[in-house]
Ligand binder design. Structure first.
Ligand code: ZN
Ligand code: ZN
Length: 412
């Protein structure tokens, strides 16, 4: 792509992030968390945000190489330290109902070779530190996007120069995020209303459980009585509706934390903050993952679901047809934001409050008593394929097809 053409695409992408992803309101402040490699894109977003009337754009820059250096050289006992000002920065931002953008372009191999114990210790301490911020989750508009950072691009497209790899990854991002279409903002409106039809159909069906069947998978996922399906657009207490993930192809709800039974096999590797988990299966009993087998990274995954008492239970069940544009690209992204939109997935850990009727205003105890899971973690893993069949099971035991061979089995 010529330089000028690329700049134009970057601007279109920034506009989609500000108008669709954040739906930034005039006079709102925007808080951004990005790695330093994201800078060219963040400058475009900042420009677009001010043009849209942002009052102030505040960027928290992260050099992720420093994270690795810390793991390699810092006293292991000190890995639990997080400065208070970072916590306060987020809290002030949520209390003021500001918009928030996170950029997920990390090096998939950032923590390769680091002892799983150290990673788990740091992750848990950080999650505990920021846990009180969870109560602000539905307060104001936020969005997660990605840029083609050099390390990530090299991982997705190995064996070519970094420049070439970045250019290929940018093309993939622009394509997956509909930036290469004539009017991306309108395209996103159409896409969101299509996904809304699927989530409405499923919410009305009010299934008691989902049954997943595929090679290596025979899993029943009970759904709480008051579950809701969500997708694409989310609404926040500050009155703004926006698209929190760009790209997004999923509709999702929450599993009942105590009613998951059977075995499920992942169909794509999982990049767990810089380490890869590959060819893994989980066995569930009464909602708990009681067994993990993996060709690679099993110990890392076991550590993850050991983070707290409910980290071994499910917090999300998401449906994505195998024909999704991201899936059809046929390669892995090693990045959950993209890979989760190529495949039906589940998440271990915390459930989203807005997937339960009135869940946003419930106490933790109320949410949990209705089947919602509460945990410090939320980690998606991919289970879909062209071989997957999913049934919806009604309370009386009647079964209806939801997906056949990885595709929707109903019309909306
Ligand atoms: Zn999801
Ligand atoms: Zn998720």
């Amino acid at each position: 792509m010529e330089n000028q053409e690329f700049e134009k695409m970057l601007e279109k992408y920034a506009d989609v992030v500000v108008k669709v992803g954040l739906n930034l309101r005039k006079g709102q402040k925007l808080s951004i968390r990005a790695i330093i490699e994201d800078a060219p894109f963040i400058r475009k977003v900042t420009e677009s945000a001010y043009k849209a009337g942002a009052k102030y754009v505040d960027v928290l820059w992260v050099d992720e190489r420093l994270t690795r250096i810390r793991f390699e050289h810092a006293d292991p006992e000190s890995l639990t330290e997080t400065p208070n000002w970072i916590y306060s920065r987020f809290e002030e931002h949520y209390q003021n109902g500001e918009a928030e953008l996170a950029v997920a372009s990390s090096d998939p191999d950032l923590l390769f070779g680091i002892t799983p114990e150290l990673i788990a210790r740091e992750r848990k301490a950080r999650a505990q530190k920021f846990e009180p911020l969870r109560k602000y989750a539905n307060v104001s508009n936020w969005c997660v996007v990605a840029t083609a950072s050099p390390a990530w691009a090299r991982k997705v497209f190995p064996g070519i120069s970094t420049d070439e790899a970045q250019s290929k990854l940018w093309d993939a991002i622009f394509n997956a995020c509909r930036i290469d279409l004539l009017d991306p903002v309108q395209e996103w409106k159409n896409h969101a209303s299509k996904l809304a039809k699927y989530k409405d159909y499923l919410s009305v069906k009010h299934y008691d459980a989902l049954h997943y069947l595929a090679p290596g998978t025979d899993l029943t996922v009970g759904l709480p009585d008051k579950h809701l399906w969500q997708g694409a657009e989310a609404s926040f207490k500050n009155g703004i509706t926006c698209t929190v993930n760009i790209p997004t192809e999923e509709v999702f709800t929450l599993p009942h934390k105590d009613r998951v039974d059977g075995i499920v096999t992942a169909t794509r590797p999982l990049n767990l903050s810089g380490t890869m988990i590959e060819d893994f299966s989980l066995t569930f009993e009464n909602g708990r993952a009681v067994k993990v087998t993996a060709k690679k990274g099993g110990e890392d995954f076991r550590k993850l679901i050991d983070t707290d008492e409910n980290a071994c239970r499910l917090g999300e069940a998401a449906l994505v047809p195998n024909s999704s544009p991201i899936s059809q690209r046929g390669h892995l992204f090693y990045n959950t934001l993209f890979d989760e939109n190529a495949s039906c997935h589940l998440a271990v850990g915390n459930a989203y409050r807005d997937t339960l009727e009135n869940g946003i205003d419930m106490t933790d105890e109320e949410f949990q008593s209705q089947g919602g899971n509460k945990s410090l973690i939320h980690t998606d893993f991919m289970i879909g394929s062209e071989h997957m069949d999913i049934d919806g099971i009604q309370r009386d035991g009647t079964r209806e097809p939801i997906m056949r061979k990885g595709e929707w089995a109903f019309e909306v």
